[in-house]
Design a protein around this ligand. Structure first.
Ligand code: MV4
Length: 565
């Protein structure tokens, strides 16, 4: 589609939606109800969905929500900061509204301004995405108090799961297994010593208000307990403004397996199976998959029931995730609940066929879930690699700059949830995740092979990315056998990064270097802008029509360079 045709299409769609206003005037606290039949987009059956949603986020998740809304016939409003004035989510939404300076504390985290933007644009609902305001109880409450719909759980459910000790008590009350430990904060060193003796070393000190590993200390011996307690309290106070710390028995080399739940406002709740998220570094997940190699249908049913019970105990509604540790004996323990849509939600969507973001919107509008637990079973295998602007060869140092060229993989079983394009500025203001590459295939082996193929096709130039790191993981024998736990990546990282490039890559790099040197010798001082004009489209067509489909990204880049001028 040409640029102009694209715009006509969008503007046309928007205008017809706006002019289709044969409905009663909207009141403050009531979602608009459509009066007559709608002719703009085909819609599956009568519904009472709202007509406009504000997306309080940026990057790939903002785009993901905009796309879900558009498929449901809901218009979208983007918000943006200075740094994002030319971002994709701003262009792809039906409307966009400026909310402040580049630092998120002055834009994406300013709840009042976002609520004001929703009022101004007539949006009836706010989708928070993940991060930013998504798990702030006060924001969910403020949205509701403004007469708007928060696309997420009730503020009370966010609060119930926000305190880890309260969440543990909730879980225990409904029979969901938790790691042995205390359910109230430690009162003194003597209290800590007594509790640690009771559960047995090694133990883990955790912040009651924590999450993400902050304020956590492993204690292997009584002699370390005093200083560990002090430093855990100090870190918890600094990070959460709350120095409450409690004790859990330390679980050695577990997997991180989480269960997706989906509940409607009428009391129905199902689980959508597990995601295996053990491949992480410093509490940042890098690769997720569904299902997990170690989860049998019987274990899935037990973990699912445990997750649903804990979520129901919190009065949970909408999409949420219960995190578990799964140990070598197959015993599982509830850790905490994430009260938002998560980065890794696509792998669940692919194996269940259920569009989680669409269901978030439909549940928020009061719809009932049409499926029951018996109808839900994972089919096939999905893997997600988070593509970040970090340099694995340099200790995952964040990389900044302009994306000069982007070639996104395609073909069977590929999904790209990205937030960048050629020309995008990658700054240090926001999260380094620039996109997610997700694959689906009938089996795990086929999914790993497909991810490897897709990563070879992916080319991002202008910034460093984690792409080559992911290629090395897909080639790793232990990963391919599914022998992973939460420490696997840090154990394996040195050998993963030491892998020498294949001979083919070295050869192509040498050819590229020779071609570049030859060109510069003939036309000195000519600086080229890699792939900006002819490059993007040329990359797509040239790469696939020229009979070079099996070539590596390096080969394509080299060919592109060779053909320039
Ligand atoms: C644990 C644990 C071992 N034993 N609790 C880390 C962040 C927070 N969500 C809980 N975490 C852990 N809790 C007990 N009793 C190990 C971790 C942990 C971890 C958990 C999930 C994913 C990655 C992790 C990395 C390091 C430690």
């Amino acid at each position: 589609m040409s640029r102009d045709a694209f715009h006509e299409h969008k503007v046309g769609e928007y205008l017809s939606a706006v002019t289709n206003s044969d409905r009663p005037p909207r009141t403050e606290n009531r979602p608009a109800r459509r009066a007559g039949p709608r002719t703009v987009l085909p819609r599956p059956g009568p519904r009472t969905l709202f007509t406009k949603v504000l997306v309080a986020n940026r990057g790939e998740i903002a785009l993901r929500v905009i796309r879900a809304a558009r498929e449901l016939g809901i218009r979208s409003v983007a918000v943006y900061s200075d740094a994002d004035s030319r971002a994709i989510h701003v262009r792809e939404a039906d409307e966009a509204i400026y909310i402040g300076a580049s630092p998120s504390a002055e834009s994406y985290l300013v709840g009042d301004r976002i609520i004001e933007a929703a009022r101004k644009t007539g949006a009836e609902a706010i989708h928070p995405g993940y991060g930013f305001l998504s798990e702030r109880e006060w924001f969910a409450r403020a949205v509701r108090d403004a007469g708007l719909i928060f696309v997420g759980p009730p503020a009370e459910a966010i609060a119930a799961m926000g305190s880890k000790t309260a969440a543990r008590q909730l879980a225990i009350s409904v029979g969901t297994p938790v790691v042995p430990g205390t359910t109230t904060p430690l009162e003194s060193l003597a209290d800590a010593v007594e509790s640690a003796d009771r559960f047995g070393y090694p133990i883990l000190l955790k912040a009651a208000s924590g999450g993400g590993g902050k304020g956590m200390r492993i204690v292997r011996d009584k002699s370390e307990l005093g200083s560990a307690l002090e430093s855990a309290k100090r870190e918890a106070k600094g990070a959460f403004g709350d120095d409450a710390v409690y004790i859990e028995k330390y679980v050695e080399q577990p997997r991180h397996v989480e269960i997706q739940v989906l509940g409607d406002a009428h009391g129905a709740m199902v689980h959508l199976g597990e995601r295996e998220c053990s491949v992480q570094r410093r509490h940042q997940k890098m690769i997720e998959e569904a299902p997990s190699v170690v989860v049998t249908p019987e274990l899935r049913a037990r973990m699912g029931a445990a997750a649903v019970a804990a979520a129901k105990a919190a009065g949970y509604v909408n999409a949420g995730t219960c995190e578990f540790l799964l140990d070598k004996n197959g015993d599982f323990y509830f850790l905490e609940m994430n009260t938002r849509i998560q980065v890794e939600h696509p792998v669940t969507e692919l194996v269940t066929g259920i569009d989680l973001v669409q269901w978030q919107l439909r549940i928020a509008a009061g719809e009932r879930l049409p499926f029951v637990q018996e109808n839900i079973a994972p089919k096939g295998w999905a893997i997600e690699c988070r593509i970040t602007s970090e340099d694995p060869a340099n200790g995952f140092l964040p990389s900044t700059g302009t994306v000069q060229y982007l070639h996104v993989p395609a073909g069977p079983g590929i999904r790209w949830d990205g937030g960048i394009e050629a020309g995008s500025e990658i700054s240090l203001f926001y999260d380094p995740m620039v996109g997610k590459l997700i694959v689906y295939a009938p089996t795990r082996d086929a999914a790993v092979a497909r991810m490897h193929r897709a990563l070879l096709e992916l080319t991002v130039s202008g910034i460093e990315t984690s792409r080559d790191f992911h290629l090395r993981v897909m080639e790793d024998a232990e990963f391919r056998r599914g022998e992973i736990d939460i420490q696997w990546l840090e154990r394996r990282l040195p050998s993963l990064l030491a892998v020498k490039p294949p001979l083919e890559t070295l050869r192509v790099a040498a050819i590229a270097a020779a071609l570049l040197a030859e060109r510069d010798r003939r036309t000195p001082r000519v600086k080229t802008n890699v792939g900006h004009d002819g490059g993007h489209d040329g990359g797509h067509d040239g790469g696939h029509n020229g009979g070079h489909n099996g070539d590596s990204a390096w080969t394509r880049l080299a060919r592109l360079e060779a053909l320039r001028d």
